[in-house]
Write a protein that binds this ligand. Structure first.
Ligand SMILES: Cc1cc2nc3c(=O)[nH]c(=O)nc-3n(C[C@H](O)[C@H](O)[C@H](O)COP(=O)(O)OP(=O)(O)OC[C@H]3O[C@@H](n4cnc5c(N)ncnc54)[C@H](O)[C@@H]3O)c2cc1C
Length: 69
């Protein structure tokens, strides 16, 4: 079977990319694979899933604030 895009890693980033690509074009064939049996078993599942902006660098603060918005 052929795919337009293969994404390796089914954490929040890989799953988000797969969702956005499919959202842009439902005809595209996208394969999302992971070395684990289930999705989001790495950092994503260990995350506290909080929004925070307690960073010391200006760049991280701007990024965090834009994400929160
Ligand atoms: C303890 C902890 C607390 C956190 N708290 C927060 C928080 O409060 N707020 C916040 O915003 N962020 C938090 N984070 C950070 C956040 O969880 C990560 O930035 C985010 O989940 C990363 O997502 P990811 O998809 O890039 O990586 P991951 O979720 O790690 O996904 C990567 C995937 O790739 C797969 N993979 C790796 N290598 C291969 C391979 N060779 N072949 C196939 N598959 C592979 C893995 O199995 C995994 O499923 C926290 C992280 C940790 C560890």
């Amino acid at each position: 079977m052929k795919y337009d895009t293969i994404i390796i890693g089914a954490g929040v980033i890989g799953a988000s990319i797969a969702y956005q690509l499919k959202h842009l074009s439902t005809k595209k064939k996208i394969l999302l694979i992971d070395k684990n049996d289930k999705v989001a078993m790495a950092n994503t599942s260990k995350s506290a899933a909080l929004y925070k902006n307690l960073f010391s660098s200006k760049t991280s603060q701007v990024l965090a604030n834009s994400s929160i918005s």
